[in-house]
Ligand binder design. Sequence first.
Ligand SMILES: *Cc1c(COP(=O)(O)O)cnc(C)c1O
Length: 406
Amino acid sequence: MADRRREPPPHEPGFATICVHGKKHLDKHEVGRPIRAVSTPIFQSSTFAFESVEHGAAVFRGEDPSYVYTRLGNPTQAALETELAFLEQGEAALALASGMAAATTAVLNCCRTGDHIVAGDTLYGGTHQLFTQTLPRLGIAVTEVPAQDPRNFADAITERTKLVYLETPANPTLVLTDIAAVAEIAHRHGALVLVDNTFCTPYLQNPLLLGADVVLHSATKYIGGHGDTVAGILVGRQDWILQARMEILRDLGGCISPFNAWLLLRGLKTLPVRMDRHMENAMEVAQFLAYHPKVAEVIYPGLKTHPQHDLAKRQQRGFGGMISFMVEGGREAGRTVMDNVRLCTLAVSLGDVDTLIEHPASMTHSTYGEDELKKVGIDPGMVRLSVGLENVEDIIADLRQALALI
Ligand SMILES: *Cc1c(COP(=O)(O)O)cnc(C)c1O
């Protein structure tokens, strides 16, 4: 049967029709010559045409994999998902509007009212708020435990536990969790293990190979890498990801835009090169801080003084670009440093090309109350540094002049 939609319209189209369809409306189904773009194109299209009613019905029955609508899938998103699934060595991936969209999608894909989650007790502040404020309103209970000892997870798991949620290294304390040990405990009780791998990226750590079931990224951070995009990623088994897409994403709607998916594809091209330099710079900055008389404590998994340095060496292929430190004189002295840096930028977020400095207790982790901060080991004077890609001497010189003001 001839495809009537490819035939010219019955008469010369008018001005408005050309505005809508373009001058080339007659052949808009064919670009006319091979494209072979080297960079994945941005498919900035909300919807995708069906060949016939029967074709559309087959797509909706799940018998034809054609694209339908960008909330459910789009070629630029798909290119990103394929690449991330490969880098994390998972079966499938789902790209979402933000790291928090990934967290809510993952949690709701695992849990319903009456279910229980066990999580580490230092988490990104937004995740902590989700666990302590929003999920309890839906009847999903969360127990947060000190994450350095796997036995704490064993003690907290109940028959209602559906998910064990880890962040390693944790934001901002850089506490590590032994993923393999916790996965073994969780699986014995039939719970899935999710690892927020934002700090390491797939370049430094592959939780799925250590026994985790799902990996989450705030792709806003190192994967995007340039401070210009907010996005999230989930990687896991094919059936789990399909359910997350067709049930939770479809209903909650936290899809990523094709343009943001493209920015992440571009970020991924330089991920290993950037991570190598982030780590190289971070190690030098950590050593500078460790020997500075005004610095009381430096937390960096690459330093031998980090209590879990051996686990970091075993579980990760590098120590990352994040440092936390406390200065002599506590909160006020920390404020002096953060208010007087000139090259480093006082801003939340991390993993950017720029060095970012911030105060967890009053910013990213202000969702923790005073008592909670103390309990989980977030010092009120803690300063968090996301070491960027500037010349390391310049970063160190900036910190030195700011520390001199204490
Ligand atoms: C930033 C962050 C998140 C949240 O991601 P958004 O993209 O800001 O929604 C989750 N986990 C960690 C470890 C983060 O740093």
